[in-house]
Write a protein that binds this ligand. Structure first.
Ligand code: ADP
Ligand SMILES: Cc1cn([C@H]2C[C@H](O)[C@@H](COP(=O)(O)O)O2)c(=O)[nH]c1=O
Length: 331
């Protein structure tokens, strides 16, 4: 069995960015795509970030992450139409899939299904993958069955990889046994103190059968480098790692940056600045705690652009000085 797993060629893919950028969402999508019950389409941020030409197409993909309300759906539809009308560009399958993503995120599954069925790419797996993902999130069993049937017919090799997801026991925000995105999508996981304990959870046969290992909140694992190199180089696993590259002071966080030289791919995501809506590269801590590790969500942190990070840090520092002087006066 050991020999069998050595024949596989391992891979390491790293997803980094500030909080709320969609790291966990991207990890879940990738893992589900490997397992065969989702799709790895339209990472809108990445498409936008890497595009040479930030036109309507890349915007369509970008806003696929924000398709939470009807207004955004209409904006996305308008952008989609303008691709041909204003730019003379024929949208490709991934652009159709981005709009399916927007419709799906807004829960407009019937509309998404009609759009898929009438699209020139209705025999393309990427568009059905997007639809499958939307059906999974919104739990429509009939459409889910239909989408899965179509997707796996078009993409049979995607189905059936064996996948395990790990997260740090330090992150207690949503209970221990699942990884959960900020918008509530979740998947069961192994909560671990350190990564070295992962292999012990499996018999050698079961471990050898494992194809993909996903790691969330990677910044909290001290043994990340050794684990990733052993799992990919020696054991032939595909390892997908998601974590913060920087802490609230923009210092390198844990060992996340150390594994970049080991990686096949690195995706840096951005969030939206909570103060101005521009692209957010950084995470601002709103409270006074100074320790590097401080578990929390929107109550403690917010994603910000460069300008608001710098301004915000100054404001947080000033508030801290005032508070400290008040404490001194009182004592
Ligand atoms: N304050 C916020 N800023 C940006 N996105 C938010 C915020 N609160 C919730 N979200 C949602 O969180 C999603 C990202 O969730 P998630 O994948 O868990 O991010 P990450 O793992 O990078 O922190 C976004 O697509 C958005 O829908
Ligand atoms: C910036 C920063 C974050 N953390 C913590 C806060 C959260 O519990 C996680 C990040 O979660 P997400 O999935 O990326 O949203 O990390 C921290 O401990 N220290 C920091 O500086």
């Amino acid at each position: 069995m050991e020999a069998e797993s050595h024949q596989r060629s391992g891979e390491i893919h790293v997803i980094v960015g500030p909080m709320f950028a969609g790291k966990t969402t991207t990890l879940l999508r990738k893992v589900q795509s490997e397992r065969g019950d989702g799709s790895d389409i339209s990472d809108g941020h990445r498409l936008f970030d890497t595009s040479q030409n930030r036109n309507a197409i890349t915007w369509t993909a970008l806003i696929s992450g924000y398709g939470q309300n009807g207004k955004v759906v209409e904006i996305a539809r308008e952008y989609f139409s303008s691709v041909t009308r204003d730019y003379g560009i024929q949208p490709r399958a991934q652009h159709y899939a981005a709009l399916v993503d927007v419709l799906g995120s807004a829960g407009r599954l019937e509309e998404a299904y009609e759009f898929v069925s009438n699209s020139p790419y209705k025999e393309h797996s990427v568009i059905w993958g997007a639809f499958l993902w939307a059906c999974r999130i919104h739990g429509d069993r009939d459409l889910l069955k239909l989408a899965a049937k179509k997707y796996f017919k078009l993409e049979p090799e995607s189905a059936g990889k064996i996948v395990a997801i790990i997260k740090s026991i330090k992150d207690t925000r949503y209970g221990l046994d699942s990884i959960v995105t900020h918008d509530g999508v979740k998947l069961p996981c192994w909560p671990l103190k350190d990564l070295s304990s992962f292999k012990q959870k499996f018999t050698p046969e079961a471990y050898a059968k494992l194809d993909v290992i996903g790691i969330d909140e990677a910044q909290f694992f001290e043994d990340l480098y050794d684990f990733c190199s052993e799992a990919a180089d020696h054991d032939g696993k595909k390892v997908i790692v998601a974590g913060l590259d920087g802490d609230y002071l923009r210092r390198s966080f844990g060992s996340v940056l150390d594994i970049i030289p080991l990686a096949d791919s690195v995706t840096k995501l951005t969030a939206r600045c909570e103060l101005c809506g521009k692209r957010a590269f950084f995470t601002l801590r709103k409270t006074e705690e100074l320790q590097t590790e401080l578990i929390g969500g929107a109550d403690v942190y917010m994603p910000v652009c460069r300008q608001h990070y710098v301004g915000g840090q100054v404001a947080v520092e000033a508030a801290r000085v005032v508070l400290e002087s008040q404490v001194q006066c009182a004592s």
